[in-house]
Design a protein around this ligand. Structure first.
Ligand SMILES: Nc1ncnc2c1ncn2[C@@H]1O[C@H](COP(=O)(O)OP(=O)(O)O)[C@@H](O)[C@H]1O
Ligand SMILES: O=C(OP(=O)(O)O)[C@H](O)COP(=O)(O)O
Length: 461
């Protein structure tokens, strides 16, 4: 199947519109429409199958070190090897274009017990065409072989939708149509998405499916969505933090789903909610530089409209009985602790009184859920990479273990929250840790996961 410029234009517009393109569709609807790997069981031996893989990993010296995302692909790759498919794994490593997948290819070889070849130069940047050398290498590969294409983000075509708006689509449509059809003609016409964490608008995960004859989700990805992710849709306690204020939209959407009883917030989300609660309760508070217009270009800045949004969330939430717990003290730039931020001060972590408050509230959550419940934890409470600002995050991780031991199902989003669990706790302190950060927030939050939108579009024809 080749894709026309017209359908590529429509495809891009749907992706860029996100939820607005299909406001009534929920995660479960996307999952219902995306084919699973078993639908490809009859694809014959020798067929080239593109695997958009979770290759953004830093394998250490030994198997098991830094390769959890690569291990997540093994079952799917073995499924293809058993059927004699020629599997072409591709994807990105890091944000910058320089990264190489050479170590990833060797670790995949170790995990699969067979040679995995790296195809180094596979796109001609000037023409957005697949190089003849890459095409010939794939064509000559034996049934059952696995190849890895070098980092997709080396090539501009992978990144063209990152900051695009619908106005950019007319200028991009020809390039994307050409590249996608080249990919289908010279690499593969069957596509498997086995990259749970690939949550950005990368061409490899959101556009290539447009020209595929068949698409499916990989085994791991499907099991993560069908199992833990669905469980998290019914979370009662959400612990949410981090620097990006747009996560407030995700929290808003999660609350809208109706199961949440209690919200613990830290970081930027807490700043917006704290300001809102202060205004609602007639006890206004200062957010320091986070509300100073001179800092409006900084990542920690809270625009006034976010406080308006937070006020609505708190008012509506409280009316439904939802409790919002926000920090009652802060660690500021010089490492000291203050109860109230003053103009000019910046919050870098929650203070000890806030840690105590969260601990008490965890106790209350446990006491009110004697038959179990679900908690979802995401993000970090402060700039934990700096030891002066790690205590808030470090103090809370044992609370996750406490909940698990009390029979609560505890889920941790990947990204920084997952890193904090690795640093200050152990994986078995919680029910499940996701190998993705952004994707989990999209899946549970306000916007659909871009690759699920693409896989659904491809499946629906
Ligand atoms: N006051 C703060 N609260 C929370 N995180 C902060 C703060 N200041 C800086 N950070 C940093 O922001 C990053 C986490 O923010 P964010 O990108 O929103 O989360 P994630 O990466 O989990 O999606 C971490 O690197 C953290 O150190
Ligand atoms: O590490 C990743 O995601 P995560 O930090 O959201 O877990 C993925 O490789 C996505 O990377 P991106 O956010 O650069 O698109």
């Amino acid at each position: 199947m080749s894709v026309s410029r017209e359908s590529m234009t429509q495809w891009c517009n749907t992706l860029l519109a996100g939820r607005a393109a299909a406001p009534t569709l929920e995660l479960v609807d996307y999952l219902a429409d995306v084919p699973r790997l078993d639908t490809l069981s009859d694809i014959p031996s020798g067929t080239a199958v593109a695997i958009r893989g979770d290759v953004d990993a830093k394998p250490g010296d030994k198997v098991g070190e830094g390769d959890i995302r690569l291990r997540s692909m093994v079952e799917t790759l073995k499924f293809g090897i058993e059927r004699g498919w020629k599997q072409i794994v591709f994807g990105h490593i890091g944000r910058k274009p320089e990264g190489s997948l050479s170590k990833v290819a060797s670790r995949l070889g170790e995990l699969l017990g067979q040679e995995v070849t790296l195809v180094s130069d596979w796109i001609n940047e000037e023409t957005d065409s697949i190089t003849d050398a890459a095409r010939d290498q794939i064509a000559a590969a034996k049934p059952g072989s696995v190849l890895v294409l070098e980092n997709t983000r080396r090539y501009e075509i992978e990144r063209v939708l990152w900051n695009a708006t619908p106005d950019d689509v007319p200028a991009l449509a020809d390039r994307l149509t050409h590249f996608t059809n080249e990919f289908a003609e010279k690499i593969a016409r069957v596509y498997v998405h086995e990259a749970l964490s690939a949550g950005s608008l990368d061409t490899s995960s959101t556009i290539i499916p447009a020209a595929m004859d068949h698409v499916a989700m990989g085994l791991y990805e499907a099991s993560e969505f069908d199992g833990p992710m669905r469980k998290c849709l019914a979370t009662q306690l959400v612990v949410f933090s981090g620097l990006k204020i747009d996560k407030l939209d995700d929290l808003d959407a999660m609350i809208g789903r109706g199961s949440i009883e209690c919200v613990f917030a830290a970081g930027s989300l807490a700043m917006a909610l704290k300001k809102a609660i202060g205004e609602i309760d007639g006890k206004p508070c200062c957010l320091g530089v986070a509300e100073d217009p001179a800092h409006s270009d900084k990542p920690y800045f809270i625009p006034a409209e976010r406080v308006v949004q937070a006020k609505r969330m708190v008012t509506e939430g409280r009316a439904k009985g939802i409790k919002f717990e926000v920090p009652v003290d802060s660690v500021i730039e010089d490492g000291s602790v203050v109860d109230e931020l003053q103009p000019g001060q910046q919050q870098f972590d929650i203070g000890p009184k806030s840690s105590k408050l969260f601990e008490t509230q965890v106790g209350e959550f446990i006491a009110t859920h004697p038959d179990g419940g679900v908690a979802f934890h995401n993000g970090v409470f402060g700039m934990f990479e700096d030891p002066r600002f790690e205590s808030g995050t470090k103090n809370f991780i044992p609370q996750l273990q406490r909940m698990t031991e009390a029979g609560i199902d505890v889920y941790v989003g990947g990204g920084e929250g997952g890193k904090a669990l690795e640093l200050y706790g152990k994986p078995d302190w919680v029910t499940h840790v996701f190998t993705a950060g952004g994707t989990v927030l999209n899946a549970l939050g306000s916007e659909p996961v871009p690759y699920l939108v693409a896989l659904r579009l491809a499946a629906k024809g």
